[in-house]
Ligand binder design. Structure first.
Ligand code: GLY
Length: 299
């Protein structure tokens, strides 16, 4: 019997002071939901799905409702979930009519011979599996309409946009059977071109899980993270004997040095050892094990 553990992140970016409390509240709620699943004897997959659904439903985060808008003013979502015991994975990209993409990704993992569905095909798959399609407008909130307007109409600089950006959620779990799992969900980047897919939903980039190495979720500038296949990069280091905290720190150093990239990463191995690192001004995180729970905004 293994000691279960759950780790979540709510994105690495310049979280302003007035967004700190909403982020912490969202992280606490995600930990509670994920931990409840583990306590009931649920699997690592059950726990991370439950945790990510909570953050997708929380407008504070760039995932689900309240996400950044793309260039056309629409929410377009990507998500991936991966099972470290079997390497089964389910991913969805560019979905516009799904309230909880991580739930759809779980159905892909469980019920499809395929690994990845995008756009209208993903939405057809959702309908065929009983997931209701919603209007894209239900995912759009006024704060994001205004943010896009400031960029497109007032010509706010990309640097300003970045400093005000929010980015991606993720969860990792180790269950009592010693199985690892990872999930990442995002609305991607502000003003992205329709059809753009970032790192979050790509295996080995924004998300990875293998019982023989580690579970990993990243946040940050997707184009750089993808080029470095950063999630798998970190997991491979853990497999080679590097402790998760060191692997996390080295991954962010690599991102910075190789591509001047910015982002954050959470890592957990099959012994429940944790790593968190980022080079963004702040990163929202949370962690739970039996009898212990912590969360914060890392600087
Ligand atoms: N890390 C989220 C994205 O670039 O889409």
């Amino acid at each position: 019997m293994h000691k279960p553990a759950l780790v979540v992140h709510g994105g690495g970016w310049a979280i302003p002071d007035d967004m700190v409390e909403p982020h912490l509240n969202g992280i606490r709620a995600a930990l509670a939901a994920g931990w409840h699943a583990l306590e009931r004897g649920g699997s690592a997959l059950d726990a991370i799905e439950a945790a990510v659904v909570v953050m997708e439903d929380d407008e504070a985060f760039d995932a689900g409702r309240g996400s950044f808008l793309n260039r056309d003013g629409r929410v377009q979502l990507d998500a991936l979930i991966m099972d470290g015991a079997t390497l089964r994975a389910g991913g969805v990209g560019c979905v516009e009519r799904i309230r909880n993409p991580i739930h759809l990704a779980r159905i892909v993992l469980e019920d499809s011979p395929h690994v990845y569905f995008v756009g209208p095909g993903a939405e057809r798959f959702a309908e065929e599996h009983g997931v209701p399609l919603i209007a894209n407008e239900e995912l759009v909130i006024e704060r994001e309409v205004e943010r896009l307007r400031r960029l497109q109409v007032q010509g706010e600089s990309p640097a300003d946009v970045f400093s005000a950006s929010h980015d991606t959620v993720g969860a990792l779990a180790l269950d009592k059977n010693g199985n690892l799992a990872a999930a990442t969900s995002t609305g991607g980047t502000l003003n992205k071109t329709s059809g753009r897919v970032g790192d979050s939903s790509l295996i080995g980039c924004g998300c990875y899980a293998d019982n023989q190495s580690a579970a990993v979720s990243t946040t940050g500038w997707g184009e750089a993270i993808m080029k470095l296949v950063l999630g798998k990069w970190a997991a491979d280091r853990v497999a080679a004997g590097t402790p998760p905290q060191q692997a996390a720190s080295e991954a962010i150093n690599y991102l910075q040095k190789r591509l001047s990239g910015h982002g954050g990463i959470i890592v957990i191995d099959a012994q429940g050892r944790l790593g968190i690192a980022h080079n963004t001004p702040r990163m929202a995180w949370g962690f739970a094990t039996p009898g212990q729970q912590a969360c914060g905004i890392k600087r």
